[in-house]
Design a protein around this ligand. Sequence first.
Ligand code: SF4
Length: 133
Amino acid sequence: MTRARMPRPQEVAAARKDPRLLRALDERRLDEAWRTRGVCQSVDPETFFPAPNEPADAAIAMCGSCDVQGSCLAWALEVGDCHGVWGGTTPRERRAMLRVWQEQVRDDEEQVEAAAGGPPVRDKLLTLVPLGR
Ligand code: SF4
């Protein structure tokens, strides 16, 4: 078993501008039924789970023509890093994207909370009650 290394700062910086990630952020809640429309529905699943020393080019090329690429990548990032090709990305690419994804989702949730009048009452109380009491 190989250990996944942490993404380098330049990989995270590149992920911030990656059009695949930007599309996933845009489409993350748009298509609940994306799985039924994926190009990979009619392809041997092994194609999308190459061994670590095998190229993923064939799978990535298929994802490039898939209508649900954004939703697919969004799902993979929501569940965290996972094996195989999802939304035209490799696990290594997703590790860098995951940093950006988590920041963006947290920012979005804070904006929604602010628009709704702040955090839930329980969270407000936790900030008022000292810990250990
Ligand atoms: S983007 Fe790729 S992995 Fe995702 S549904 Fe489409 S073909 Fe399958």
